[in-house]
Design a binder for this molecule. Structure first.
Ligand code: HEC
Ligand code: HEC
Ligand code: HEC
Ligand code: HEC
Ligand code: HEC
Ligand code: HEC
Length: 428
């Protein structure tokens, strides 16, 4: 009987522990799923203007917002938040919400964009994500010691070359000094022994040495030839190739601050990349969407942002526009010759290629540079290697069938298989 009871309890315990761990498992996953959802929703709808931490962007940093917003208890606050996110324009225009009136003034009358497409649950998911958000810990050097990225970017990294050059100079000095010492010793020795020696001037001296050391001389000449050849090759290959081209722009605009730190999506500014041939450079109006509110930068103060106002002919003190706006004269970095045809939307939308595949880690660049070669070989190389994403791609429904019909048993196709190597596709 005791054994039976024991058995029973242990079975019961096992069952209970399985059940409860399953429960924990489900809870854990649903909550992390939920948090993930909140993170994505936040990134897509709010991150253009808000940081989840304390940093001020177009709108306030949302760290600790839950404690400061009105509404009283949990339910009241939720109601307030849902209403604010869905109807911010109405709340602002109504002018009855003291909290918002104050905030609106503090943010230079910049109206938060209403987000009526979000459901109540989605807004709560965003709130949960924000409340649980832990800002990444800065390392010991700390953010207060963070260097000004605009100054750092001016120092190009030539460390290796400098080291080699330094080493070469040290060797040269040493060789000259040793040769001098040797000669001095020799001449004191000669003096003692009463020998007179004829010293040849430098070039003759060199030829004499070469005559006596044919193997070493041959080797050194070969080395010099190789170095010259490599330099010549580099130079000819470099003609018309501007990889790494990084001109100084009229305004110190940083992709690292905008696309990186503040998570603004590439196509917010380069929206025509999804629509047509050119990605385009944003007009000054796009800058004003945010910079009407953000009048000071962390690193450059008002110096650079005031150039935006000058271009837009906007007076931040009165908040009024003049009638003489002029475009900002950005210096073009990427430039294919006219004989070649390249289309952004073909690659970004149909081909589903990330901007970074061709442009490199733009979101880390304080000053933008050309990342890829942009040569014909570069285009062709990728067309040979890359599979066309045809499954579920409306653009190819018909073609995929035809290609599968033609190449039986094959179901992945590279860009070259759809004609990506034909001269006429890239040349007018
Ligand atoms: C276009 C920019 C913009 C977007 C997008 C945006 N906000 Fe805002 N938000 C603001 C601004 C600006 C304010 C300050 C009030 C004002 O000027 O309208 C603000 C204020 C707030 C506040 C009050 C902050 C505080 O410190 O009390 C909350 C909460 C808030 N936003 C949440 C959200 C959420 C959630 C989203 C995404 C669903 C979102 N916002 C999207 C610009 C934006
Ligand atoms: C806030 C607006 C904004 C965002 C967001 C933005 N850019 Fe830009 N981009 C600009 C401006 C302004 C320029 C011109 C100044 C410069 O070259 O730095 C530019 C220039 C470029 C250029 C070089 C254009 C040329 O002259 O050849 C590339 C490439 C580029 N951006 C890619 C990206 C990518 C990729 C992203 C996303 C990771 C991105 N941009 C996000 C505003 C933006
Ligand atoms: C398959 C490679 C590739 C991809 C992917 C790509 N680009 Fe480009 N991008 C280029 C080339 C090549 C040029 C030069 C075009 C020219 O000079 O006609 C260019 C030029 C640009 C320019 C300069 C202005 C212009 O339109 O010529 C900007 C800005 C730019 N790209 C942004 C982007 C952004 C943003 C994305 C992602 C949404 C992106 N690119 C994706 C290859 C690419
Ligand atoms: C979607 C919002 C948004 C847009 C659009 C935008 N910016 Fe910004 N910009 C920001 C934010 C956020 C900051 C960071 C402010 C800070 O340092 O606290 C910033 C900072 C800056 C700074 C100061 C950097 C520093 O740290 O000193 C300059 C200069 C600047 N932006 C130029 C531009 C230009 C030029 C354009 C248009 C091509 C533009 N911005 C478009 C949001 C935006
Ligand atoms: C990172 C890879 C990559 C690079 C680099 C690249 N392409 Fe492409 N390209 C693709 C892919 C993938 C497609 C297929 C897109 C699609 O599904 O239609 C494509 C398609 C094309 C097409 C249409 C081909 C057809 O048969 O419809 C043209 C034209 C083209 N690319 C031109 C260029 C040029 C010009 C360059 C260089 C300046 C270039 N591409 C660089 C990946 C690349
Ligand atoms: C995937 C796109 C693509 C295809 C396919 C392509 N080209 Fe090109 N071609 C380019 C690009 C981009 C340039 C300009 C690159 C540069 O200036 O280095 C170029 C440059 C050239 C040039 C100018 C010389 C030079 O190197 O600058 C010639 C000639 C040329 N291509 C011939 C051809 C011929 C012939 C074919 C067919 C066998 C062909 N191309 C197929 C993209 C392509």
């Amino acid at each position: 009987m005791r054994i039976f009871l024991n058995k029973k309890t242990s079975m019961y315990q096992i069952f209970r522990s399985i059940a409860s761990s399953a429960m924990v498992f489900v809870l854990f996953f649903s909550s992390s799923l939920f948090a993930q959802d909140g993170a994505t929703l936040f990134k897509n709808n709010c991150a253009n203007c808000h940081s989840p931490g304390a940093k001020r962007g177009t709108g306030p940093g949302l760290q600790g917002f839950w404690d400061r917003i009105p509404g009283g208890d949990e339910a009241g606050k939720t109601k307030w938040l849902v209403n604010w996110v869905k109807n911010s324009a109405a709340v602002i225009n109504g002018g009855k919400d003291e909290y918002i009136n104050k905030l609106y003034a503090e943010y230079n009358n910049y109206p938060m964009q209403a987000q009526p497409h979000l459901s109540d649950d989605e807004i709560v998911a965003i709130k949960d994500y924000l409340v649980n958000y832990v800002a990444p810990v800065e390392d010991a050097s700390g953010s207060s010691a963070k260097k000004n990225p605009f100054i750092e970017s001016e120092q190009k990294d030539n460390t290796l070359l400098n080291w080699l050059l330094g080493l070469a100079i040290v060797f040269l000095v040493l060789a000259v000094a040793l040769a001098g010492i040797k000669r001095n010793l020799q001449s004191t020795l000669d003096e003692k022994q009463g020998v007179t020696r004829q010293y040849l001037p430098f070039p003759k001296n060199l030829f004499k040495w070469m005559g006596e050391h044919k193997l070493q001389a041959g080797f050194i000449i070969l080395l010099i030839k190789i170095i010259l050849l490599v330099m010549l090759y580099d130079w000819t290959m470099g003609i018309g190739v501007y990889q790494g081209y990084q001109p100084e722009q009229p305004i110190k605009f940083s992709h690292a601050i905008h696309a990186g730190e503040n998570g603004i999506s590439c196509v917010y500014c380069h929206h025509s990349a999804e629509k047509g041939k050119h990605a385009g450079i944003p007009s000054v109006n796009v800058c004003m969407n945010c910079h009407k509110g953000i009048q000071e930068g962390t690193w450059t103060g008002t110096k650079e942002i005031s150039k935006i106002y000058a271009a837009a002919d906007y007076d931040p003190a009165t908040g009024k526009y003049g009638d003489n706006p002029k475009p900002i004269e950005w210096i073009k970095i990427h430039n294919l010759p006219d004989l070649a045809y390249f289309n952004h939307s073909q690659h970004v939308v149909v081909g589903q290629i990330e901007c970074q595949t061709c442009h490199g880690p733009v979101e880390e660049m304080t000053e933008l540079y050309q990342h890829s070669e942009l040569t014909m070989g570069w285009c062709i190389d990728c067309h040979r290697k890359t599979e066309v994403k045809m499954e579920g791609n409306g653009y190819y429904n018909k073609m995929l069938g035809e290609l599968k019909e033609k190449h039986k048993g094959v179901d992945v196709f590279k860009v070259e298989d759809i004609g990506g190597l034909e001269c006429s596709k890239c040349h007018y």
